[in-house]
Write a protein that binds this ligand. Structure first.
Ligand code: NAD
Ligand code: UFG
Length: 330
């Protein structure tokens, strides 16, 4: 089975390519390298002993995408390619809507044109917004009011509408919670450009001495220790969830939360990192970050019941593997 992985040199995409190749799939990566590096293809080959075909191309480029579909007998698409920085999306709304919506439309058009029936989409827990935790797939969407979150909700809508008039399509909308960690080889992981927006890469850069201290955004939330609670999921568990969706989902639209179902506070994650790696993380409590919710964690029973998938790795492994990757960075 041949799978087109858009955004395959990115954080989640690269780990999914590894799991696909290790499970016997053939892989084509399409990535414009806007947020990743070509050498990730070498790292994937080093880990798996198999080299995916790589196209440096833009998923919004109709000609380039059509060429890939017309050249290769693609069986399924996993669409990771997208812009994902919430703050940047507020500053550059048109770039976010254009990139995230157009890429999804162009890929789905080609699936219909070339008879590719399996489509897996990277959605986000951000679509639940202010709903009550734990988040369940049947909840009405209330995406956080930023263009990034809106693009995820809109792409879900676009794909659902397309599937309704193409009943042969199998569309999986995977709502990720907070992906962290790295492959145990330490060869691939999350390598954000500039100062990280997200908690785990910020912690690893403080651990390395690149940044002096962590700022904890608020300790007055209605949570057990007052800091924000999230459902951190090891990126390899997440990658395995994609294989489960690709293999087991039948025709129609299927929505799955991919998380652990467990909430961890900012202070708990700091403690886990310190314990797992025997490193102290200096931190300071500052004000809340605008737009943050108090708690975000998944009800994961649907993915377990229908896909037979459950996240296996805990917070300790997430912290250990994230740090191993960071140490290997130049
Ligand atoms: P990432 O930035 O590491 O990977 C995305 C990849 O897509 C990058 O390699 C980038 O170069 C590529 N890309 C972006 N626009 C492109 C385009 N138009 N054409 C071709 N390539 C393009 O991000 P990630 O963390 O691996 O996220 C993957 C997907 O999962 C994204 O759609 C993201 O919105 C979604 N997601 C991520 C998180 C998270 O916390 N990391 C949470 C929920 C959902
Ligand atoms: N946090 C800090 N200090 C930091 C960074 C984060 O205290 O320097 C806190 C946040 O306030 C929050 C928690 O750590 O309580 C996690 O924050 P992240 O930025 O790591 O993750 P978010 O939950 O805010 O958002 C992430 C992705 C979104 C995605 C969402 C899905 O960035 O794109 O998960 O739940 F939509």
């Amino acid at each position: 089975m041949l799978v087109l992985v858009t955004g395959g040199t990115g954080f989640i995409g690269s780990h999914t390519c590894v799991e696909l190749l290790n499970s016997g799939y053939e892989v084509i990566i399409l990535d414009n390298l806007v947020n990743s590096k070509r050498e990730v293809v070498d790292r994937i080959a080093q880990i798996t002993g198999k080299r995916p075909l790589f196209y440096e191309a833009d998923a919004t480029d109709e000609t380039a995408v059509d060429l890939i579909f017309s050249t290769h007998p693609i069986d399924g698409v996993i669409h990771f390619a997208g812009l994902k920085a919430v703050g940047e999306s507020v500053q550059m709304p048109l770039a976010y809507y254009k990139n995230n919506l157009l890429s999804t439309i162009v890929l789905m058009e080609n699936c219909v044109k070339y008879g590719v029936q399996r489509f897996v989409f990277s959605s986000s827990a951000t679509v639940y917004g202010e709903n009550q935790v734990p988040f369940v797939e049947t909840m009405e969407l209330r995406p956080r009011t930023n263009p990034y979150g809106e693009t995820k909700a809109m792409c879900e809508r676009i794909l659902t509408d397309a599937a309704s008039i193409h009943p042969e399509l199998s569309v999986s909308l995977l709502r990720y919670f907070n992906p962290v960690g790295a492959h145990e080889s330490g060869l691939i992981g999350e390598a954000p450009q500039g100062i990280p927006n997200n908690l785990m890469p910020y912690i690893t850069q403080v651990a390395k001495g690149i940044l002096p201290e962590l700022q904890v955004f608020g300790n007055d939330y209605p949570t057990p220790d007052g800091t924000g609670v999230r459902d951190y999921i090891h990126v390899v568990d997440l990658a395995e969830g994609h294989l489960a969706a690709l293999e087991q989902v039948g025709p129609g639209v299927h929505i799955y939360n991919l998380g652990t179902g467990r909430g961890t506070s900012v202070l708990e994650l700091i403690s886990a990192f310190e314990e797992a790696n025997s490193i102290r993380i200096p931190y300071r409590i500052v004000g809340r970050r605008p737009g943050d919710v108090a708690e975000c964690y998944a009800d994961v029973s649907k993915a377990h019941a229908e896909l037979g998938w459950t996240a296996k790795r805990g917070v300790y492994e997430m912290c250990r593997d994230a740090w191993r990757f960071e140490k290997n960075q130049g």
